[in-house]
Ligand binder design. Structure first.
Ligand SMILES: Nc1ncnc2c1ncn2[C@@H]1O[C@H](COP(=O)(O)OP(=O)(O)O)[C@@H](O)[C@H]1O
Ligand SMILES: [Mg+2]
Length: 307
């Protein structure tokens, strides 16, 4: 199981958007088994995912896992461990090592139940960030091309380097991911300056057709993305079944992450709106649909395009 931590000490840079929407994509376009752990007491990703109707909330909150070592009961293939105010009591434990161990143990115990675990971090550099980097196989740092957001990135990266050097030598940095991009005015000149200093660590875009990297990944600031989050649905879901161009655009970022993480490509799963509850649900698939899968990224790209 891959463990992807999404972090930046700054809030409002799109961490929870990426955590939730990448989770939906992995579940429904790749057919992966997905666990999301929300370490932010504001609980955005936990609330969105559980209210969508698609994702099963775990019976335990993330604060309780880290404070008391309570395990995660894996009883679904798409689950979220929600965050609440108990996350603010972690300093009461008085030992960051125990808090980190508790999270690590809970994740290790369910590693055969999921293909990917996505950890959505809070906008702070406390024990939660330390623990998330200590237990991760990979981490991703979304940021906005704004001076204050770029400054925060430096601090996050140096903390991650210390953890890699001291605790988690296999920790892999996927890159900086530009988020909420409006490539005009000050953002454009910031971007040009950024390319010179940090160009080498920006997440490169992977093209599954040519199997090469070209250009950099970015997530544009689009009202469709904010709307999808507010309505607690995947960007790619539309009731009339029509493909949204914004979904195809952001899928290029997800495909890059999938490639970098080496996630398995299984059978996509259809979703629909339950007319009674108004929530989304998985469409049960007839057994004969479960044919051998083709583990090929081009195939995934096609599935996205045809979705
Ligand atoms: N690419 C985007 N385009 C438009 N709105 C976005 C985008 N990414 C995030 N948002 C919205 O911006 C706000 C902050 O994003 P969020 O993911 O919660 O940031 P963070 O988790 O880093 O604090 C949320 O209301 C979210 O829906
Ligand atoms: Mg958040």
């Amino acid at each position: 199981m891959k463990v992807l931590s999404i972090l930046n000490e700054k809030g409002g840079v799109g961490k929870s958007f990426i955590a939730t929407q990448f989770a939906y994509f992995c579940r429904y376009k790749l057919g992966n088994r997905v666990l999301v752990i929300d370490l932010d007491q504001q609980g955005n990703s936990g609330d969105i995912l559980s209210a969508s109707g698609l994702c099963q909330p775990a019976s335990v909150f993330s604060g309780k896992i880290m404070k008391e070592g309570v395990p995660i009961e894996a009883n679904s293939t798409f689950m979220v461990v929600k965050g609440d105010d108990s996350l603010l009591e972690l300093s009461d434990v008085g030992d960051d090592g125990i808090v980190t161990y508790n999270l690590s143990k809970a994740i290790t115990d369910v590693q055969d139940n999921f293909d990917i675990c996505i950890i959505d971090c809070p906008p702070s550099a406390d024990v939660r960030q330390f623990a998330a980097l200590s237990v991760a196989t990979d981490y991703l740092v979304p940021f906005q091309v704004k001076a204050e957001s770029i400054a925060g990135v430096d601090k996050t990266l140096s903390r991650a380097t210390v953890i890699k050097d001291s605790i988690n030598p296999d920790l892999n940095f996927l890159g900086l991911l530009m988020s909420l991009v409006r490539m005009q005015g000050i953002q454009k000149s910031n971007y040009e300056a950024l390319l010179k200093t940090m160009g080498h660590i920006l997440l490169k875009r992977y093209d599954p057709k040519t199997k090469t990297e070209s250009g950099v990944c970015c997530i544009t600031d689009r009202s469709e993305y904010a709307a999808a989050q507010q309505m607690k649905r995947p960007v790619f879901f539309s009731e009339n079944g029509q493909t949204r161009k914004e979904a195809l655009e952001v899928a290029r970022v997800w495909i890059t992450l999938i490639h970098q993480l080496g996630l398995p490509i299984k059978k996509p799963i259809k979703i629909e709106k339950d007319p009674q509850t108004g929530k989304l649900r998985e469409v049960p698939s007839p057994i004969e649909q479960f044919k051998p899968t083709v583990s090929d990224e081009e195939n995934a790209q096609e599935q996205v395009t045809n979705a």
